[in-house]
Design a protein around this ligand. Structure first.
Ligand code: 5GP
Ligand code: ZN
Length: 112
């Protein structure tokens, strides 16, 4: 499948990895929007949040557990934001489920 994040998960395209296990990969975003900006993706191809169901949504709990572990390791004690863009209006540009983690500055709310 011609999917950028599947290729990154498979190591076919290099990334600046933070964490990896058999189910997920965390790596720094190529175009950071905050002093700390990384992505966490499932290694299996799930297009976006629309494609989550009772059978495969357990990966999301694992992603959040991994984010908490990374946040502690990176010392993000002042907080961070987890963002999942889904679909065109959601601002999704890569069609493989991913969670942004943004930190290191105060983030505005609501988002644009
Ligand atoms: P989206 O807009 O789909 O929510 O987020 C996609 C993110 O992937 C963007 O923040 C973009 O900067 C990042 N991105 C796109 N291509 C690459 C790449 O080749 N490597 C890395 N590390 N990040 C990428
Ligand atoms: Zn994919």
């Amino acid at each position: 499948m011609d999917c950028l994040f599947c290729k990154i998960a498979a190591g076919e395209i290099p990334s600046n990895k933070i964490y990896e296990d058999d189910r997920v990969l965390a790596f720094y975003d190529i175009d950071p929007q905050a002093p700390v900006h990384f992505l966490v993706i499932p290694k299996t191809h799930i297009k976006c949040a629309d494609d989550l169901n009772e059978e495969n949504a357990g990966i999301v709990a694992h992603v959040y557990a991994v984010i908490a572990k990374i946040a502690a390791e990176l010392g993000l004690s002042k907080g961070y934001r987890i963002v999942n863009n889904c679909g065109e209006d959601g601002g999704q540009t890569v069609g493989h489920l991913h969670f942004h983690v943004l930190a290191g500055r105060s983030l505005a709310w609501p988002p644009g």
